[in-house]
Design a protein around this ligand. Structure first.
Ligand code: SF4
Length: 77
């Protein structure tokens, strides 16, 4: 396993495809978690660290992605 890939992360990202513009920002910030091919999809929930995933989600220009830790919503607050 690559040392760049965290073994298990706490945050789960949920994309609202109906809001997504396909801009690619989330993939640019967290390239192992998100895949954008017209619309963003989750490639691997554990592909990037929690910090990288949260940064990617906060970079989405239309707020199309939520972050959950268990049943607690982390973003948007
Ligand atoms: S940053 Fe937001 S709008 Fe852009 S591709 Fe990702 S989910 Fe879609």
């Amino acid at each position: 396993m690559s040392k760049d890939k965290p073994e298990k992360t706490k945050y789960r990202v949920v994309i609202d495809g109906s809001k997504c513009l396909g801009c690619g920002t989330c993939e640019a910030v967290a390239d192992k978690t998100f895949r954008v091919d017209g619309v963003a999809e989750v490639a691997d929930q554990d592909g990037n660290s929690d910090e990288e995933k949260l940064l990617a989600v906060q970079s989405c220009p239309v707020g199309a992605i939520e972050v959950w830790e268990g049943d607690k919503k982390v973003w948007p607050r």
